[in-house]
Design a protein around this ligand. Structure first.
Ligand SMILES: *[C@@H]1O[C@H](CO)[C@@H](O)[C@H](O)[C@H]1NC(C)=O
Length: 371
């Protein structure tokens, strides 16, 4: 049964390659942004395996060894995160998205010319996951950071979508504080994506003096990310005065941590969370947005983002909440595939209902025994 699934996966992958070939691209231009792109914040339980309690807790297998190409700058002199030749990536590891995070790491290594020069910073709320990373990637250079959920518990407001309020979703706000100060730049990646290009290209992005680099979506309706209350209060709405704010997805970001630290953005994000929570007082309180960790980023950075090519966040592949709905790629080249939306490829494989593009995720999956 498994081989049959794989086979059909390969067939769909072949179809996808045909679709991706520029001369044959025929699907209609997608709208700049999909309705459910912000669903990357959605975390729902029960995605590791289908339920089997008799199985080992996390049966992951070891990835094939990876080595730097000859032309790579030697980065083995210094084994700490302070080695200037390193590319830094931050990603969260939690039980629910573990399979996705491991696949994301695997994909980065597979497509890097210099995989030994990539350093991973894992944000966890369960430190027992460290040994699992070691099992899958024995030679990986990484560090695990414990993110205390209490740090944001008091700041998280009750949203209409409880699932968006997983504390670990907010760990990205604290990267500048958690990572050593010698780490001056970091790429933040969500757990439901795979990289299919050399991450060093994204790493070398010129941020042109900006703190955040991300693909921008200026055709998206920006209004909908904030409530009526926000827009009708001139003091609040005035936050965007003098800029042209565009939506961006916080699932793929290049962050200048030096600038971040210098400008105290962590505290500024917390202040917006306090406003949302209603803790700010003097009439400014109350719900000003619906979604979880995204809006404070929009409040601080929208309109001041260094635009990155859209190929680095081909988002929305998770599809919408309607079970079984599949998405196409947006037109254009692809360096990163992002299953934002409520459907996740591993869950769909488990239920034997993969979408065609899920076949592009499958080669990076390290879950389960050796096939
Ligand atoms: C944008 O979204 C807001 C709030 O959801 C809505 O009222 C408005 O009509 C939308 N504008 C356009 C141009 O779709």
């Amino acid at each position: 049964m498994l081989w049959l699934m794989r086979l059909s996966g390969f067939l769909s992958a072949t179809m996808v390659v045909i679709v991706l070939s520029p001369s044959l691209q025929s699907f209609p231009p997608a709208e700049a942004i999909r309705s459910s792109h912000f669903d990357s914040y959605l975390r729902f339980p029960g995605q590791i395996g289908s339920a089997g309690t008799d199985r080992p807790r996390f049966p992951f297998r070891e990835a094939s060894p990876f080595h730097n190409a000859e032309e790579c700058e030697d980065s083995t002199i210094d084994s700490t995160a302070c080695d200037p030749a390193l590319v830094h990536i931050a990603i969260t590891l939690d039980e629910e998205y573990l399979r996705g995070s491991i696949a994301a790491v695997h994909s980065v290594l597979q497509h890097s010319l210099c995989p030994e020069s990539v350093f991973f910073h894992f944000l966890v709320s369960d430190t027992s996951l460290e040994s699992l990373v070691r099992t899958a990637f024995p030679r990986l250079r990484f560090k695990v950071y414990y993110f205390d959920p209490e740090r944001v518990r008091g700041l998280i407001s009750t949203s209409v979508r409880q699932a968006l309020e997983q504390p670990l979703n907010y760990a990205r706000n604290y990267l500048a504080d958690m990572l050593q100060t010698c780490v001056r730049r970091v790429i933040y990646l969500d757990s439901d994506l795979v990289v299919v290009d050399d991450i060093a290209k994204l790493w070398r992005t010129d941020l042109r003096g900006r703190t955040v680099g991300a693909p921008e979506y200026c055709h998206a309706n920006f209004t909908k990310y904030f409530t009526q209350r926000f827009w009708s209060d001139p003091k609040l709405a005035g936050t965007f005065a003098g800029r042209r704010p565009c939506y961006f997805n916080t699932g793929v970001m290049v962050l200048d941590l030096e600038r971040w630290r210098r400008s105290g953005y962590t505290r500024r994000i917390e202040r917006w969370m306090e406003v949302q929570k209603g803790a700010a007082g003097d009439g400014a309180g109350g719900r000003i947005y619906e979604l979880g960790s995204l809006p404070p980023f929009l409040l601080l950075f929208a309109g001041h983002v260094a635009p990155i090519e859209h190929r680095w966040n081909q988002h929305g592949l998770g599809g919408d909440n309607v079970r079984g709905s599949c998405r196409d790629l947006h037109p254009g080249p692809v360096s990163l595939l992002h299953w934002s939306g409520s459907g996740k490829p591993w869950a769909r494989f488990d239920s034997n209902r993969p979408c065609p593009l899920d076949a592009l995720w499958a080669p990076y999956d390290l879950y389960g025994p050796t096939p």
